[in-house]
Design a protein around this ligand. Sequence first.
Ligand SMILES: [Zn+2]
Length: 270
Amino acid sequence: MKLTKDNYYSNEANRHYMSVSQFKGFVPAYDGCEARAMAELSGTYQRPQKDAFDEGHYLHSWNEGTLDEFKANNPDLYSSRGPTSGQLKSNFQHCNKMIEVLERDPLAMKALAGQKEVILTGELFGIPWKVMLDSYQGEKGLFADLKALKEMDGKWWNKEAQAYENFLDHYGYTIQMGVYAEIERQATGRSNWLIPHMVIVTKQDPPDHEIIYFDYDAIQSALMIVEKHIDRVKAVKYGQAEPVRCEKCDYCRGTKVIKSIKHYAELALY
Ligand SMILES: [Zn+2]
């Protein structure tokens, strides 16, 4: 299957290729749910689109240089009633502030330079994968991913590791960078990995921003985490194992039927 910008996020493309977000969607450690992931692939369920998703799109179309087109094609970015009618909705006005923060920082612009939204494919752990690099500078030895986050502080409890983790591990960003580096290496026949960068800008007012780079150790351990989970993900995706319901996500709550009653002590906190 030939991937383009138009079909990259389609169910058909997701059925054919694994992606980092699809992988995370299967793995409970990343708030994934096998039942929801399978319902999404079959097209019977769509996750509710949150504004945060559109804000991410807004920022990415700026990075791609197509913000004007994006705004023209999405009239719902603008308020349609009241005294602010015709103006950008306030959350997108705030996106403009986030963009200004990046535009006035030479290092951020340097990291985000290069080819934009580059689609690459490769094979990892026996199945085809797809990746899209936000900014790609192969000749300079790096690629960058642009992220709009609520904030960079905070810690999350990892049940499996029984330890707190930061946003990079919690949201699986390290995995994303590792898989992107490996697929890029394969696609170009390169012997070494490029250095993955993340350009982060927060939704705080005023926004914070940071450029984070990853090293080969991080790439290696990211690939090991994928390896640890991939057999189960493959078995479920290709129909050899029944998907497990998490009974917590929006899909499971929406389709829940109680099969047995719970002993009160089953309600563990961690
Ligand atoms: Zn679920």
